[in-house]
Design a binder for this molecule. Structure first.
Ligand code: HEC
Length: 133
């Protein structure tokens, strides 16, 4: 490949990474649709949906996560870790949620670590109260 002299190696790296990053951001929603929405509702549940829920709706989940972890980066790190290794001792959601639905099954193997970060940032930026933004 013919590379013009003014393009340094680091410029080339930056150019090749940039589109991947913006793709990742747009991808948060589609990851959620594919990997989370079968369990977590995106909207406030209707009475009918309330009866059939198999996990807490995302707005409630994120209200509790943000109350406990107001810092965005900490909250995202918490969610990415919880996706890989859920545990009752870590859970920030209501104890009633775990009593009713059981612990979230680990999503390890279902998501790469990068996808876990992307979808964690998406749920943080999309659901629950918008303080600290
Ligand atoms: C098979 C069903 C299922 C899938 C798939 C699922 N979850 Fe969950 N999730 C649950 C259940 C049940 C709970 C509530 C119990 C708990 O907190 O472990 C929960 C809890 C959570 C919590 C709160 C953890 C806490 O502090 O208690 C977060 C955040 C979360 N899910 C995010 C996600 C995201 C993001 C995805 C998609 C990548 C996802 N979940 C996929 C069932 C699921």
């Amino acid at each position: 490949m013919l590379i013009p002299k003014f393009l340094t190696f680091s410029t080339l790296i930056a150019l090749s990474i940039a589109p991947v990053q913006s793709f990742a951001q747009e991808n948060g929603e589609s990851l959620f649709e594919q990997k989370c929405s079968m369990c977590h509702l995106k909207q406030r549940p209707s009475a009918e949906e309330m009866k059939n829920m198999i996990a807490p709706p995302m707005m409630g989940v994120m209200r509790h996560v943000k109350q406990a972890k107001p810092d965005r980066a900490e909250a995202i790190a918490f969610i990415a870790d919880y996706l890989e290794a859920p545990a009752q001792s870590k859970a920030l959601c209501m104890p009633q949620s775990i009593a009713r639905f059981g612990l979230m099954p680990s999503q390890k193997g279902n998501l790469t670590p990068e996808e876990a970060q992307t979808v964690a940032a998406y749920v943080y930026d999309t659901f629950g109260p918008r303080f600290n933004r």
